[in-house]
Ligand binder design. Structure first.
Ligand code: DSN
Length: 429
């Protein structure tokens, strides 16, 4: 039997490397845009995304995104809309909500957030209150802008405080977070991150939240697919509210999702609409329903297991080649490489990877002496490459390529190796 991820095809999905569409209707009226759409399809097909927040959704998800539901106004919720003609929209949203609840074993789901940031804003607006105290993980330590960073509205409309990680190990220090929470007394405690490669101890966060009387918000935007598939632990049962995006490891359309206990459902729904958004993007809601249906399958569970196995293999292979990996490895889909001690910054390596046909992103590492525009690290992830059908052995090849690029070899000399992987593992089509 072939290992999952060695297969070149997603179950139920055929693949080929040529563009899946020539966009004939767009072309007939706007060849400029048609050319750009084809250029992007070619770019994605001929390069490999190791960006930890990206994935390639299925053609079924894409088809739902392009449906006539994009034309429908449906402000409100099923059975309580502010527009007529919502009978189909109601069924679509109910289906998406039911599937989301089933997938994560949650009491309540709101499928309307346009993104992870709007989901977080809606929750804070609903539960932190005006100028309410919000404690979240610092961006420089791996957190997210919408967890109370000063340049984000979440850092301006609320009173934020941030916690970090151990600068030496890169790990969360739960007792330190407890002490900060006891002193700060947040209304909402946020856990979850954009570049923390380890499992988060949601029970420990729940304990801290309970001790200080805070509401616990877990943002699982990155590992949501791994949580859904049971590959890593779930915050459900620990956190009062869970937010996520639907397009990362979950492999759905671009968008957000909020899960909560029944206790907070009404406030959260009001926080999304009318609090922070107008009409939902019903075509995206339909595509979320499709993606949640896919994520409920055994094939998806096998995919999610492969994503993590590939990240672990990639981390091990980089360590074997002498690289310093933040936290010493990964439990998830993500590997953060500390470049200190090498000639290049994260920005340099990102640019050099582009010349080899790899998309990655520069990333701060704990205690980073460089600015966020330069950084001393890179973040890579295996969700998109695993969707394309790369397997465990390919992770060794990718480690070789990254090693050569980081150590100063001509990136162009690595291009053929990346191109061969892309040819062998086409985009889902
Ligand atoms: N842009 C996402 C990421 O790359 O992690 C977070 O918003």
């Amino acid at each position: 039997m072939r290992e999952v991820g060695q297969s070149r095809r997603l179950p139920g999905v055929t693949t080929h490397s040529a563009p899946s569409s020539s966009f004939p209707i767009v072309r007939s009226q706007d060849p400029t845009v048609a050319d750009l759409l084809i250029a992007e399809e070619r770019r994605q097909a001929s390069t490999l995304s190791l960006i930890a927040s990206e994935n390639h959704c299925s053609p079924a998800v894409r088809e739902a995104c392009s449906s006539v539901l994009t034309d429908k106004y449906a402000e409100g919720y099923p059975g309580a809309r502010y527009y007529g003609g919502c009978e189909v929209a109601d069924q679509v949203e109910d289906l998406a909500r039911d599937r989301a609840k089933q997938l994560f074993a949650a009491e309540h789901a709101n499928v309307q957030p346009h993104s992870g940031t709007t989901a977080n804003m809606a929750v804070l607006e609903a539960l932190a209150g005006s100028n309410g105290r919000v404690l979240g993980m610092a961006l420089a330590s791996g957190g997210h802008l919408s967890h109370g960073h000063k340049v984000s509205a979440t850092g301006k409309l609320f009173e934020p405080r941030q916690y970090g990680v151990d600068p030496d190990t890169g790990l969360l220090r739960y007792e330190e977070i407890r002490e900060i929470a006891k002193e700060f007394q947040p209304r909402v405690l946020i856990c979850g991150a954009s570049s923390y490669p380890r499992e988060i101890d949601y029970a420990a966060f729940a304990d801290i939240a309970k001790e200080v009387g805070a509401i616990l918000l877990a943002d699982i935007a990155h590992p949501s697919g791994l949580v859904a598939a049971g590959v890593i632990g779930s915050p459900i049962g620990h956190a009062d509210v869970v937010t996520m995006t639907t397009h990362k490891t979950l492999r759905g359309p671009r968008g957000g999702l909020i899960l909560s206990t029944q206790e907070h459902a009404k406030k959260i729904d009001s926080g999304v609409f009318p609090g922070g958004q107008g009409g939902p993007l019903m075509h995206q809601v339909a595509a979320k329903a499709v993606a949640f249906g896919e994520a409920l399958t055994d094939a998806y569970k096998a995919y999610a297991h492969a994503v993590r196995a590939h990240a672990v293999r990639l981390a091990d292979a980089l360590i074997a080649r002498g690289h310093n990996i933040v936290t010493g490895g990964t439990d998830t889909h993500m590997v953060v490489v500390d470049l200190r001690g090498h000639e290049f910054s994260g920005a340099d390596v990102e640019e050099r990877c582009k010349l080899a046909g790899l998309s990655i992103n520069k990333n701060m590492v704990p205690g980073d002496p460089r600015s966020p525009r330069q950084t001393s690290g890179i973040r890579v992830g295996t969700a998109a490459a695993t969707t394309r059908g790369l397997g465990p052995d390919d992770m060794d090849t990718l480690a070789d390529v990254l090693d050569a690029i980081i150590r100063g070899n001509d990136p162009a000399s690595q291009h053929a190796r990346v191109a061969a992987l892309c040819d062998r593992a086409p985009l889902p089509a």
